[in-house]
Design a protein around this ligand. Sequence first.
Ligand code: SAH
Ligand code: AVI
Length: 332
Amino acid sequence: MTTLTYTGAADIEVHSYLAANDERALADDVLDGLTRPFKELPPKHFYDARGAQLFDEICDLPEYYPTRTERAILRERADEIVELTGAAEIVELGSGTAAKTRILLDAMQNAGTLRRYVPLDVTESMILETAAALVEEYPGLLVHGIVGDFERHLQHLPEPLGPRLIVFLGGTIGNFTPGSRRRFLRGLAKAMGPADHLLLGTDLVKDPAVLEAAYDDSRGVTAEFNRNVLHVVNRELRADFDVDAFDHVAFFDREREWIEMRLRATSRQHVRIEALGIDVVFEPREELRTEISAKFTRERLAGDLAAAGLELEHVFTDENDLFALSLSQPAG
Ligand code: SAH
Ligand code: AVI
């Protein structure tokens, strides 16, 4: 089902593929994830308006290096990326507030190629606010927003207006499990034309202490972001999680090379989820996994892209090898 949201602006179109009260298929994920022997929820449910705001705060934390590092790489390389790709439009997956995207939009505007911006995100308010801000900032820019799930709705990308730069920033690709990451990249490669490029942000493997600090900051913002998923379930599914009875846990799994975020029950918890008609019990210290955030080596990145049918052309990184932006194209 699709709905077209009227924004009042001629240069903005917003299409929604998420049903009104089943936003992000939360009910299915909660039923599936909380009735397993090892409880788990997918990270996309963090991002209601409050979660999006907390994520923005995380991006400014001194411990959370990915955002500022990726921004610095973009500043250094944006002109080169625009020249290499000749892009007329940006399609951005998990676009959020598009804060860093403006660096690329500026470069395209300066090169005279900029025509359209196509943000795709599960959070409708972010698509609407970003679209309204960008048409003001870039006169003549068309915005085609998609409120949807990048794992399910790539077929709804509009017909290209020219060579496309598909951007997936922030290291969000790391939030997939390895199997679904490969499936996602394969689907993305299929949706790309021969003139399109993928600009992918990936966080790199590094000192575990640096990684763990980034996901367990001293101000407790990440802890609040983590617990926010319980507020979302309480509100959307009429559940009664005692949110303060869960501790934030974040650790680097050295074997799998990913950060794991969990919520650990401080005592026995009995939770009623009214909308699903179920009761869920957490034993003392039982954990709910809420996110993985995979860290990459060049080999893992090249392997994943190759397996998806994408040819890695450039890897741009910072002087400390903290974060990488890679540019690739459909192979052959
Ligand atoms: N690209 C931005 C935001 C990253 S936060 C940056 O680099 O700073 C991750 C973003 O992806 C959020 O805006 C969230 O709402 C969105 N998101 C998470 N899972 C999603 C999914 N399955 N489909 C679409 N958007 C998703
Ligand atoms: C959006 N994503 C790439 C962030 C990450 O680093 O995995 C989400 C996040 N989780 C905790 N802090 C930030």
